[in-house]
Design a binder for this molecule. Structure first.
Ligand code: CTP
Length: 399
């Protein structure tokens, strides 16, 4: 099991460190917590010991520790994350002071270091703190910027510890980033489109966007630059991902076209509405007149257009079916010149549209199939990225 070290300092936001531990554990990582002595005034180390199943380290010299614990632990970890990080620890790291376990440990590790500051806004914006952060960045330390909002001191401004989700998301990129994904541009579409009749009525579908957002998150963690073109959803955009919001198929087509030439991989996970009204009206239509106004036409097939213009891009399509999944997915793959097709049966309950889970069949132009049994959309997106990595490596070998 891969392992990270979480350094925890004395900030009011210390309670969020528990959630950070949990989120890393849910990604299959072990966590060893290191607390500063002052942090133990806020939380007893035993809380983290219980959460992690490993003794929390506080003191540099302690009878219960392995000899030279800071050196042996440094060899075991993939990431040192300090969250929350106070102005004091940032100052110590920047100047090389090693007077407790955490600051000494920082000098001993060779893995990536990520720091999530949390403090009062005047302290955070103080030129000394900013200078320390700049210096650490030049030394290769990465930072998760604090959020702006209400602070424990009653003031408002930058200094709130970033959300645990966003801290863990950054941390996972440092651990998981892989060569085939680095310096690659991933263009991902997600969610439904809305084709309006008038300002209050539209044609759409039940897509929640979850599959596309998970793919965007995963691609970013693996090291890619990610552009997410999203129809209306209620989902939070993963940090680091560039978002283009759209409503209609025509807007999605324009946004995708704008980024297509730069893209190395396109994942067309959006459920584009197949029809639109020939005339979208700016005034609300009285319901008595609607029946006479339902004149519809097909929307452009974005993926088919991308297939026709394809140069070096790797195209991943999604086929939503209710019957004959494999045959229909194969036909769409050929027609749209797709390199990898992800087919799913949207008639099954608990998977597909709107669900947290999915169950898919991957197919390739050479006739190969692979069924991925029911799993979370996060897990499915990891499996899809593993297959994309194979295709990217194949291309590299053949180029
Ligand atoms: N797609 C697209 N533009 C459309 C419709 C679909 O780019 N106007 C893309 C989807 O994003 C998906 C793939 O084409 O990656 C297949 O979508 P799907 O809805 O399964 O198939 P359709 O081509 O719309 O065919 P049908 O509705 O007849 O099954």
């Amino acid at each position: 099991m891969k392992k990270i070290a979480l350094g925890v300092c004395s900030s009011i936001s210390i309670y969020k460190a528990c959630e950070i531990v949990r989120l890393f554990q849910s990604e299959g990582l072990g966590v060893r917590v290191i607390m500063t002595e002052k942090a133990t005034c806020f939380i007893n180390p035993y809380l983290f010991t219980s959460l992690t199943g490993e003794r929390t380290v506080v003191k540099l010299f302690d009878d219960q520790q392995r000899p030279i614990e800071h050196i042996s632990l440094a060899d075991e970890i993939e990431l040192l994350l300090i969250a929350p990080a106070t102005a004091n620890i940032i100052g110590k790291l920047a100047s090389g002071v090693a007077d407790d376990f955490l600051s000494t440990f920082y000098l001993a590790v060779r893995c990536p270091v990520l720091v999530a500051p949390a403090m009062n806004e005047s302290m955070y914006l103080h030129p000394q703190t900013q200078e320390n952060i700049r210096k650490l960045k030049t030394l290769g330390v990465e930072f998760v910027e604090p959020d702006t909002g209400y602070l424990a001191c009653g003031k408002q401004g930058p200094g709130r510890l970033a959300s645990p989700e966003s801290i863990v998301h950054h941390g996972l990129r440092l651990i998981k980033s892989r060569e085939p994904f680095r310096n690659k541009v991933f263009l991902v579409t997600a969610g439904p489109t809305r084709e309006f009749l008038d300002p209050v009525r539209f044609i759409s579908n039940p897509s929640s966007g979850k599959m596309g957002y998970e793919l965007a998150r995963e691609a970013w963690q693996l090291g890619a630059e990610v552009i997410l073109v999203s129809g209306p959803t209620s989902l939070e955009v993963p940090a680091g991902v560039y978002l283009e919001k759209v409503q209609t198929a025509e807007e999605m087509r324009a946004a995708v076209e704008k980024h297509y030439t730069r893209a190395d991989v396109v994942l067309m996970a959006a459920a584009v509405a197949d029809f639109r009204f020939k005339k979208a009206l700016s005034d609300k239509v009285p319901k008595s007149e609607i029946a006479g106004r339902l004149d519809i036409e097909a929307t452009p097939d974005i993926l088919e257009e991308l297939g026709r213009q394809k140069r070096r891009q790797l195209l991943v399509g999604f086929a939503a079916e209710t019957s004959q999944l494999e045959t229909k997915a194969l036909e769409k793959m050929k027609r749209k010149k797709v390199d990898l097709m992800v087919g799913n049966d949207v008639s099954r309950s608990g998977v597909g549209f709107g669900s947290d889970d999915n169950e898919v069949t991957l197919s390739w132009p050479d006739g190969r199939f692979r069924r991925i049994p029911r799993a979370s959309k996060r897990k499915i997106s990891q499996e899809i990225m593993a297959e994309i990595e194979v295709l990217l490596n194949e291309r590299k070998r053949n180029s």
